[in-house]
Structure formats: structure tokens, C-alpha cells
Design a protein around this ligand. Sequence first.
Ligand code: ATP
Length: 806
Amino acid sequence: MENNMESDDEILIKGRKYDYSLPKFRYINIVLAFIFLDGIVSMVLWLCGGDSDYFIDSIASYDLKHSTFDLALLACVKVIVIAPTVTYLEYVTLKQINHPEMTHLRKTSGFLHFVMITLSLLAISFSVVKGGLILYALMHEGTYQHMHPTYNALLISAVVFSLIEFILAVLGFYSMRRLKKIRILHLYNDDGVEVDKDGKPVQKNVDLIRLMSLAKPELPLILFATFCLFVTSGSQMLAPLFFGKVVDSAKKGMDELNRTVLTLFIIYVFGAVFSLARSWLFTLAGQRVVARLRKRLFLSIIKQDVAFFDTNRTGELCNRLSSDTQVLQNAVTVNISMLSRYLLQMIGSLILMFTLNAKLTGVLLAVVPIVSICAVQYGMFMKKLSKQFQDRLGEAGTEAEESLSSIRTVRTFSAENKACDIYNKYIDKSYNVGKKLAAAGGIFEGGVGILVSGAITLVLWYGGKLVHENYADPTKGITPGILTAFLLYTLQVAMAFALMSSLYGDFMRAVGASIRVFDLLDKKPEVYCENGERLVDFDGCIEYKNVDFTYPSRPETQVVKNVNLTVEPGQMVALVGPSGGGKSTLVNLLERFYDPDSGSIYLGGVNLKDLDPKWFRQCMSMVSQEPTLFACSIKDNIAYGKNATLDEIIAVAKEANAHEFISTFEDGYDTLVGERGVRLSGGQKQRVAIARALIMDPKILLLDEATSALDAESEHLVQEAIDRAMKGRTIIVIAHRLSTVRDASKVVVIDKGQIVEVGTHDELLCANGVYKKLVLRQLTAGNIVEKLINDDNGNNDDDDAPLVDI
Ligand SMILES: Nc1ncnc2c1ncn2[C@@H]1O[C@H](COP(=O)(O)OP(=O)(O)OP(=O)(O)O)[C@@H](O)[C@H]1O
């Protein structure tokens, strides 16, 4: 059976990296949960049962039948000894599974088992013997005093927990053997990204520890801030003590009162100064974390494959960058600061309260487990809701971004209301989730509030009773000053506890929001890589060999089918064919925006996949139909791909017929072009884009000729610039003009993803095939078909008529 499993693993992991993890719900965690629960319950029951005097007496004059601290101690010993033993046992067993040849591990695990069973046997024997003796004393010794009810509960819990732990220790043999079966296999691809059996990336779970790790570089800052926090919390914890002293010193005279009040004031000032530093440093750390996170996230997004952007909308990605990271900023810094502050405040206050009166402290602690269980449930709920909320918000952001960036189209169709309706729909969806978030927050905080106020009322009542006893007999009970101090501490603890619970909700909300952020950070692009071969004497030769391709976002349609095409250095190849045939896709594959499903593309005889993408992208420039300019100056747009001097920029602008119109602008090359170049005309934009391509001095020029008619003058200028740019380069042009195909070394007709005809313009016209039909269909309107076909030299005035734009 075990051998079978191993061979299954081997099949699964063939050629891939792998490791294992263990499920959270497993033997060791159950044992640890019981041991820690035992520890907490025992300590609380012990603390609830007596006052400080009793604790000291019961330790100093230990008696098996009367003292109970031994049971609390036993629970602590179990936490200290059995918990590490069982953890180590699991570690050794796992090592044994991975290295069966290490036979000595078997002995170690046997010994650890023995220790566990012996310790739990001793624990159960001790508690049963103690319980038996107490029972015997109760029945037979008339002088035996009944124990406090909480001590009876402590004894019962010690027996029950020890019994459970003994059973678990015995079951350990069986459970450890199951580790091999229950472990979870994780596979990784070459980039180290976890994938499933089919090779698809696995969505990772995000936890608080991962969230916290974001703030690792800020550790020194956070540590210093934490130091300030300690001082602030210390001063806050001392304050109630002095409040109590002020109450009691009023009896002793003005000198004592003045001194105490002055000390209290100094404590407050001291605390305020450190509180200032604490708040400043934590916020600074938060700002740093979020700035770094945004940079990392943007880098990760911008390096993604082009295919990624086919399925992810820009607005949503921008939302991750802004709003999700903001939620994380608070979680990893300010919230940590607050959490540690409240935690410290709570622990410190509890210790001080314990020294003031242990019994009263015990009453307060009884509420803790109930609130903790509620908080965990609430946190999980908040995490889910928060993710939903961020997703809805992301969708709304995407809609807004799309409408605003296409404002001209919106205005043309008077679609403002429609855009608003769509946006409102998404905002309503987010609001609906937001309503649930608000209700959940309110109910939880209210619930915690009720529990905490109940505990405070109980403490107040019991404290009042003790003060009453003190009035009757000053050796008993507590003074009003101690009760004042105790109550202030109680309020501090209650406040800290309530705020900590709501912080837990915030953390879970941050975990929810961070799921997408970590997804993006973990996602490694398939195509993007920064190393590879760089060809020294690249001549511009391009070769497509048996290329098949399907867009990942539309897997059901194969767009390129078995394409074989060679473009010799210096040749101009014109791609023509019906719209949607796959011309642009072939150019996309050459830029390695996508990788072919099968077959390969070669540059200078080397597979594109083996070349450095940075290098080959510098070797080719693309001028598209509708060039996208950036919202910066003309100069910066031209020099986008290369750090160029102004002289170089002017030289290429002249070559691209752009210098003249740029010179007419008041700011010349510093003129800002607006978002996507809206402040330039279509022809001007194209000429700037040609200059931007030329500055790279590319070996290969990829052209997508404009189909939209520019006015005659600017069309002439653009065409002239393109003609000039083509000289001395390898060109692939998605052709729409007769003049272009006429001059092409080779015309390639592409239909439904396949090359259907190849030849020169004249050869293809003679062949009477698809190309001729395309030409005829396009040019009949101009009534020049006859002229074109009969004109051997091809010199006619209608050369610039659009050719194939179906
Ligand atoms: N990013 C994409 N995701 C999915 N499908 C796409 C994508 N881009 C293009 N397509 C599809 O691939 C097919 C080929 O498109 P392509 O743009 O290569 O055609 P084309 O010949 O250049 O057309 P045109 O001359 O109209 O520009 C079309 O059916 C198109 O719908």
C-alpha cells in the first residue's frame, strides 16, 4: 500500500519541484489545543479561588489535601514539557518518512512516545490520587474543610484533562503513522509558483504572519516605536495606582496629597511625550510599508504577460494598488501598535490587579474565554465579507475608470446617465456588503460591550462588598482607594479587551483585502524573463516555423494555424487579408506578447524563447494604426524607449515629418500632449509615434497602416515619413494601401489564421486567387479595377486607396 502511494507521488512530481505540508486539523494540533486549554482553565480556576494570602500560604506550607497550586503547576508543566515533546515527535516522524534509511530516528520517536505516555500517566495518577485523598478526607475526617467550589472544579478538570491527554498519548502511535497519508503535496513550476496537477497556478491562502512579514524591513523602526509604547503603557498603568493613592492620601494631609498629585502629573507628561514618538514612528513605518508594497505590486503587475491584461481590467488593478494597499498599511503597523499597546496594557493591569486582589481579578477573567470564542468567529466572518467588499469596490472602480478614460465616447453618445447607472449598480453592490460589515461590527462590539460591562458590574459589586467588610473590620477586605485603583484597572482592561477584539476584526479585514494583493505579488509571468541570448550581428532575419496559436482568453478558437513564413534581412513583407484573419496576432507573436502553442519563431536563426526579450524588443519598433502617446511632453514621448539627447530627438522628428508642426507650438518639444495624446491631431500623433520608433534605430520595423483616412496633406506627410523609415530595415507591414503592397518584396495573404497565398503583388494578381478577389472587392467602388490590373508598372493615381479593410 505504502509503495503504491510512493509511486503515485513519483508520477505526479515527474519533472517538477515539490514539497509537503500538513493539514491544520491533525493529531498534534488537537493534543496542543487540549494541553493549552488545560493550562488556561487550570490557571483561571486557581486564580478565581483564593486571595493573595491564600496563594502565599498554600505554597509556603504545602499540603497535598489543602493546597491546589500543585494542580495549576501540573498543567503548566504539561504545557512546558508535553507540548514540545509532541511537537518534536511529529518533526522526527516526518524526518523518518522522508529518510527511511535513518534508522536511529525510529528509536528517538519511540523514546518520545514513551516520555509522552509516562508523563500523562504520572499526571493522571497524581490528580486521581489527590482527588481520592480529598474525597476520603471529606467522608472520614470531620475536621477537613470544604474546598472553594472553583478548586473542586480545578480538581475535576485536572482529572478529566489528564485522562484525555493520556488517551491522546496512546493514540499517538497510530496518528504518527498516518502522517504520510494525510500530508498534502505541493507542486511548483520552474518559476517557483505553486501549481495544481494540471500545471495551473494555485491560489494561496493568506494569513496574518504573511501579512506581518510585509513590515519586516521596518523592524528597527517598529522596535523603537515599541519601546516608546512600553514606556507609554507603563505610565498609563501606573496612573490608576496613584489615583487610588490620591483617594487614600486625602485622609493623611495636604503634603501627602500634593506630592502624590505632582507625581501623577509627571507620570502623565512622561507618557504623553513617549506616546507622541510612538504614534509618529508607527505611522512612519506604515507609510514606508505601503509605499514599498505599492512599488512591488506595480512592478509585479507591469511585468505580467500581455495575456494577463486580456482578462484583468485596468480599473480593478488600480484599485488593488490604491485601496487594498491602504487597508494593509494600517494592519501591519498602526494596528500592530495598537494591538501591542492594548495587550501590554491588559497584561500589565492584570498583574497589578492580581497584586491588589486576586479574587476580584479571577471574577473578571471568567469572561475572557467567551469573548475569545466570539472574536474568532467574528474575525472569520469579517475576513470573508471584507474580501467581498473590496471586490465589489474594485468592480465599481473599473467601471468609473473606463467611463472617465473614454469621456469623449460617453459625451458623443450622451451616455452620462448610462455610465452613472452602471457605476451606481456596482456601488450599490458594495454598499450592500458594507451594510453587512457595519451590522457585524456593531453587533460584535455591542456583544463584547455587554459581556465586559457585566464583568465590571460584578467586580464593582464584589469590590463594594469587600470595602463594606473593611469598614466593619479594617484587617479584612479592601480600602476604598484600592477599590478605586482596581476599578480603574478593570476599566483599562475592559477597554483594551474590547478594542483588541475590534482590532482582530480589522486584521481579518486586512487579510481579506490582501488575498488579491498577494495573488498579484506571487504571480510570475510566463513570458517575461530578463536573461537570454543577445545576438551580436543580428541581420533582421525572421522565421515563423509551423506556428499554431490560440489566445488564452479565448481557448476555443485557434487564431493562427501552422504558419510558415520567412522574412529575409531588408525585405518588406506585407500581410494582407480579411479583418480578424490573424495579421496582428502574427505581429504580437513576434513581439513575444504571447508564446506560440506549438512551432517556433526565430530571429537571426535563434528561437525567440532563447533570446533576451529586452534586447530583441529594442531591435524592433512598432508603429500602430492608433498610436498611444503618454501624458507627458512631445520630447519625452519620442525618447520613451531610449535616453536620447535633444539633438537626436530633433533629428528623428525631422525624419518623421514631425519637426515642422512641433516647432509651431509655443513650447516646442516641451509641449504636453495630454492623456493618450488628445491634444494632438491623428496625423500628428502618428508622426510622433514614427519618431518614437525611429529613435530606437530598429533592425525590424512593424507597421500597422492606418485605415482611417487622414486629410490628404497629413496623410501624405505620414506616408512620406513611413517610406523614409522603411529604408534599410526589415519590414513587416499590415498593409492597407495599394502603394505599400506594390512595393513589398512579398505579399502574404492570411485568412482564418492560415497563409493562403504568398507572392509579389503582380504574381498574386495573375494567380487569380484570394488576393485578386480582395483587391477587386475593395477597388470596384473607385472604378479603377481594369486600370489597376492592366497597369503593369502599377503607376496610377489611386495607389493610396485603401486596399483590404473588410
Ligand atoms: N487579445 C485577444 N484575446 C482574444 N482574442 C483575440 C485577441 N486579439 C485578437 N483576438 C481574436 O483573434 C482573431 C485575429 O485577430 P487579429 O487582430 O490578429 O486579426 P487581424 O487580421 O489583424 O484583423 P484586423 O485587420 O481587423 O486588425 C480575431 O478573431 C480576434 O477576435
